[in-house]
Design a protein around this ligand. Structure first.
Ligand SMILES: Nc1ncnc2c1ncn2[C@@H]1O[C@H](COP(=O)(O)OP(=O)(O)OP(=O)(O)O)[C@@H](O)[C@H]1O
Ligand SMILES: [Mg+2]
Length: 333
């Protein structure tokens, strides 16, 4: 928003876009009879008593207010990512990689390959926005361009959200207070409502439920990841989501993926799980540290998914049976 626009817009419009502006009005004791008046009209009737009381003057208040609104709009601006490209570098033997990656919002891409082949490395290259400065010598392009330092500074930590294998909290806060802080830092409207939604979603993803007043440090690994996935989907605004193996996290992986993809994000996931691989649109195969092949999920593979799903639900049922203390008798085959 331009300075002039901020000063002349009806304040109702400003409150609608940036609800936190209401707090600014409160802290400066600014009163208004009519929501349709502008900021300039609001401060017009202020007298010398007011300026003395608040230790400021008209010019200073105007510039404080415009800086405040511009600061929030920069902070909350969601970086639009139309494309993410990983340009081939070298594998562990220094050989040129066989393929590059081209990703768009709304797509899920799996990273597949043997243990130690370099799946997590590829995720780290993207998070780092590599520019030949990692062991793989890859380049990461956003919207067709190499992000320069200005871009990196301006997007800060807003571009990429990461959900990793080992995720545990060390913060001395309960779940509700932590999420409220996050929602407020994003200047979301009605943060309490958002937080309740995130907790409900996280509880749908994991078996053992937790409550809003559970301390973060009491959450299990699976509960922590479920909370992070729900938080990334509902509060975080990062357009790129990197996931390192959610299958062992004890969360409902299919639901988790649906949640993240509904939000039109680019989702990239390292996995060993055939179900997740077939849920994705495409998969990149990593071999000896290099991207060796890019495959698109075919129609026949999608059909195979349903067979695997049946097998998976048998395994899930057995898991649940043993988790709940079930025992097989010698008559069970
Ligand atoms: N192209 C490369 N050049 C040099 N080193 C690489 C390359 N790719 C991966 N590595 C290194 O190989 C090691 C194993 O890679 P990584 O941890 O990414 O494997 P992974 O596929 O995620 O394994 P896991 O399935 O066990 O999670 C890391 O130290 C990583 O930095
Ligand atoms: Mg790994």
């Amino acid at each position: 928003m331009e300075t002039d626009e901020i000063l002349h817009l009806p304040i109702s419009k400003i409150f609608e876009t940036y609800p936190v502006a209401l707090d600014f009005f409160k802290s400066f004791g600014l009163e208004y009879k009519d929501n349709e008046q502008s900021f300039l009209q609001t401060i017009e009737p202020l007298t010398d008593d007011y300026w003395e009381l608040y230790g400021t003057n008209k010019e200073e208040l105007i510039s404080t207010f415009t800086d405040f609104i511009i600061g929030i709009s920069n902070f909350t601006a969601v970086q639009k990512v139309e494309t993410l490209e990983v340009i081939a570098g070298v594998d562990k033997s220094g050989k040129h990689e066989e393929c590059s990656l081209f990703l768009r919002p709304g797509e899920i891409t799996c990273i597949v390959g043997p243990t130690g082949s370099g799946k997590s490395r590829l995720l780290s290259d993207i998070e780092w926005l590599a520019n030949t400065d990692t062991p793989t010598k890859r380049k990461v392009l956003i919207n067709g361009k190499l992000p320069d330092d200005d871009f990196k500074n301006s997007v800060g930590g807003k571009l990429v959200a990461q959900i990793t294998q080992n995720m545990n909290f060390v913060l001395d806060l309960n779940v509700y207070d932590f999420l409220i802080l996050h929602a407020q830092s994003r200047f979301l409207d009605n943060p309490e409502h958002k937080v309740t939604e995130v907790i409900a979603l996280a509880n749908e993803l994991c078996g053992e439920k937790f409550s809003p007043d559970t301390p973060l440090t009491f959450l299990s690994g699976g509960q922590s990841r479920a909370l992070m996935i729900a938080d990334v989907a509902c509060i975080g605004q990062a357009p790129i989501v990197l996931i390192d193996e959610i299958e062992n996290a004890g969360v409902d992986k299919k639901k988790a993926l649906e949640l993240l993809v509904n939000k039109e994000k680019i989702v990239l996931m390292a996995t060993h799980d055939p179900l997740l691989i077939l849920l994705a649109d495409q998969r990149v195969i990593i071999n000896n540290g290099g991207m060796s092949k890019l495959l698109f999920t075919s129609e026949s593979e999608r059909k195979y998914y349903h067979k695997l799903e049946e097998l998976d639900s048998t395994i899930q049922a057995a898991r649940q049976f043993f988790r709940m203390g079930g025992e097989l008798s010698c008559n069970d085959d």
